[in-house]
Design a protein around this ligand. Structure first.
Ligand SMILES: [Zn+2]
Length: 353
């Protein structure tokens, strides 16, 4: 099903060219920005009327506060304005607000039926923000359809007394990711970003699903793959080293591979260096603004995060840089300024085009 003979999306060549010239900038965290708006249950549900672009209604009796992805339907202007701020701060690539827009993750909110609309709207909102930014400063922006890990893992049993048990199968994940990616493509995404990967089997299901979606529309989009290191020994939750992780996803011929989130830039560096040493494609890093404090807030200043990310750039480890949890437009502005002083990493072989 992984078919590289399909023609590539028109964004491929422009992205490739830009990434050879300079380190590209990815935007910052949507979740922590939304939190600062202090939205109520009423805000999240848009006054109780959740409907998609085609005015299809999505009734639910679950509370929705905290369902950030829902805001692309109920508060699209708020999401677009945050993305515009990130774009004007220097982001070339804007992530859709769709991290949890799969049937698996939306089951917590009783909104499995809204998944198609969430992804179509999520991509359209980000594209509008990108177009507004381009009207202001003339620079093109790219929309990365964000595909999160879901809240279930295909490799590890959630039940310590039953190690063979799995809460989700590869095929469940493949179907859920496929629905999500179909919606992201329909909404106009330029790339697919499979991120915060803690379980490589989940990521492999997402890759498989992406190629199934590409086959349906008859063209391939560039794929960005981003793992997360969850413990100090430098492994993903499913137990892989960065090198093993690369070899598990290499068959997708991604546009970028790299790391995001988790322990912050300082702790990320050796693992990123390992990936940069083995990967034949471009690399991408978008750390958190440090580790959260006891109140779940991120204390690292824009200058601190940017100084750490600048070391990645200075050492030739990255082609794309941005921010994860706790990073604001000011963090992205500081990161964009600091990486602009350095040449992009030289990848051994160009990403597939
Ligand atoms: Zn994060």
């Amino acid at each position: 099903m992984i078919n590289f003979a399909l023609p590539v999306h028109e964004s491929f060549a422009a992205l490739q060219r830009a990434a050879l010239e300079r380190i590209l900038v990815l935007d910052g965290a949507m979740g922590t920005m939304i939190q600062t708006l202090g939205m109520t249950e009423e805000d999240f549900t848009g006054g109780g009327h959740i409907h998609g672009p085609g005015c299809r209604h999505h009734p639910t009796d679950h509370p929705q506060k905290g369902n950030n992805d829902l805001l692309v339907l109920t508060q699209p202007q708020a999401v677009e304005d945050i993305q515009l701020e990130f774009a004007l701060a220097g982001a070339d690539i804007l992530e859709t607000n769709t991290f949890s827009s799969t049937t698996i993750a939306q089951a917590d909110y009783g909104l499995e039926g809204a998944v198609h609309d969430l992804n179509v709207a999520g991509a359209r909102v980000a594209r509008r923000a990108g177009e507004r930014a381009q009207q202001i400063d003339g620079k093109p922006r790219y929309v990365a359809g964000a595909v999160g890990p879901t809240n279930r893992t295909a490799s590890i049993s959630p039940d310590v007394n039953d190690p063979g048990y799995r809460a989700v199968t590869f095929d469940d994940l493949r179907r859920a990711y496929g629905q999500q990616i179909d919606g992201l493509i329909e909404g106009g995404a330029d790339l697919i970003l499979i991120e915060t990967i803690f379980d490589t089997l989940n990521a492999k299901a997402a890759i498989f699903a992406a190629f199934e979606s590409f086959a349906k529309v008859g063209r391939r989009l560039p794929i960005m793959i981003s793992g997360t290191i969850t413990d100090a020994s430098g492994r993903t939750l499913s137990g892989q080293t960065p090198t093993a992780f690369w070899h598990s996803v290499r068959h997708a011929r991604p546009f970028t591979v790299g790391l995001n989130c988790a322990l912050g830039a300082d702790a990320m560096r050796p693992h990123l260096a390992e990936i940069a040493g083995v990967a034949e494609c471009f690399t991408c890093a978008y750390p958190n603004a440090g580790l959260p404090n006891a109140f779940g807030q991120y204390d690292e200043t824009p200058e601190q995060t940017a100084a750490l990310v600048e070391v990645f750039a200075r050492d030739g480890l990255i082609n794309v840089a941005g921010g994860c949890c706790g990073t604001t437009p000011d963090h992205i502005r500081a990161i964009a300024e600091s990486v602009a002083r350095h040449a992009p990493r030289k990848s051994k072989v160009l990403a597939d085009a």
